[in-house]
Design a protein around this ligand. Structure first.
Ligand SMILES: C[S@@+](CC[C@H](N)C(=O)[O-])C[C@H]1O[C@@H](n2cnc3c(N)ncnc32)[C@H](O)[C@@H]1O
Length: 344
């Protein structure tokens, strides 16, 4: 069967529903899901079989919600519309890494939902479900998470943004391996003709993610806070040098090349959604979002003792210097709709 939910990684979002939680700091991801609703409806109406008794959906990298429920509701509404009088029963598997706060996720489940819910903990880079059992796999703004950050010395930085070619190449190679593993696992788990719906954060071809983009700037600022903590003697400088964030933002060409080389799926549709949040966020919400996403990684590497101070420093830096406005949102959101080729 291959590795089940294979990953040594423990990283995940901040759980619960407190002020730093992902549940309260995921408006950006929600806007993406809303902007994809019409496309999801259109494609499901063309590609879903109408004679099924049970329709199984997997939401991969669901985090703590409420976005997971929104995505699922939209998919189910589209399948219902497509199936008319013969509506199947729906079963939804919520997947995330084992450290995800599944308790909070399930406490937030809408009481009046029209599906049966289950958890599927583990890494989506490995197997999660039996062969040929899933009809639609959905994964939104999660595939930029690598299974591991490249172990390349990266002095002065915590990401490939602004780094040299060797560091960028190591990130890209890791991304290609991870995406290929993701597709191969889904290839086994989906029924023939099964569907994969992806929302990915990427950058245009040839764009070198730099500090003039909001993502590059955010990582650069977080890196400078960690180096400042090292100067204060709170953490070791070498520890920061060897700390790389496990995120890669591919171009459309890179994603399509991995899908074609993997060979299991036909690409039915690719659309560029543009970047959401075309208004300027305030410094506090930028830091809250960053903390919800990378707080656990910082804690894992440097210990819980410094997290509060790191993000306080981060906020002060953003308040001192003008924050990058929405014109620096250089990322593109790719919507991909894939169809499992028939088993040979
Ligand atoms: C930015 S959140 C997106 C959550 C949700 N899909 C949404 O649209 O709001 C990314 C999620 O992917 C999860 N994730 C990252 N790597 C993963 C992996 N290898 N397997 C499963 N989940 C993963 C993270 O733990 C996190 O909860």
């Amino acid at each position: 069967m291959g590795e089940v939910g294979a990953s040594s990684s423990k990283h995940h979002m901040i759980g619960g529903d407190g002020p730093n939680s992902y549940a309260r700091n995921s408006a950006y991801q929600k806007e993406l899901l809303v902007s994809a609703e019409d496309l999801v409806r259109e494609l499901i109406s063309k590609h879903v079989d109408t004679d099924l008794e049970t329709f199984r959906i997997a939401d991969l990298g669901c985090s703590v919600g409420p976005n997971a429920f929104l995505a699922v509701d939209n998919i189910i509404a589209a399948v219902e519309e497509r199936c008319g009088a013969h509506v199947p029963e729906f079963q939804v598997f919520f997947n995330d890494l084992i450290g995800n706060d599944f308790n909070t996720l399930f406490k937030l489940l809408p009481p009046s939902r029209n599906y049966l819910a289950a958890a599927a903990p583990g890494s989506f880079h490995g197997r999660l479900f039996p062969r040929g059992s899933i009809h639609l796999a959905h994964c939104s703004t999660a595939l930029h998470w690598l299974s591991a950050a490249p172990e390349k010395p990266n002095k002065g930085r915590i990401h490939y943004s602004g780094a040299g070619k060797d560091v960028r190449d190591a990130y890209r190679a890791q991304y290609e391996r991870d995406m290929d593993a993701f597709l191969s696992a889904r290839g086994l788990e989906l029924v023939p003709g099964g569907l994969v719906l992806l929302l990915l954060i990427g950058f245009p071809d040839g764009y070198l993610l730099a500090s003039d983009s909001s993502i590059g700037h955010a990582f650069h600022t977080l890196g400078s806070c960690l180096y400042e903590m090292a100067k204060m003697g709170k953490i070791g400088e070498e520890e920061v040098d060897s700390f790389n964030l496990p995120f890669y933002y591919p171009s459309r060409t890179e994603v399509e090349a991995v899908i074609v080389a993997n060979g299991v799926f036909d690409v039915e549709r690719v659309a560029e959604m543009g970047a959401p949040m075309r208004r300027d966020p305030d410094a506090a919400s930028v830091v809250s979002h960053m903390r919800a996403v990378v707080g656990v990684l910082v804690e894992e590497r440097f210990g819980s003792g410094i997290v509060e101070q790191v993000f306080e420093l981060h906020l002060n830096k953003l308040l001192e210097r003008p924050i990058l406005d929405h014109t620096h949102h250089k990322e593109t959101i790719y919507f991909l709709f894939l169809k499992r080729k028939a088993f040979s």
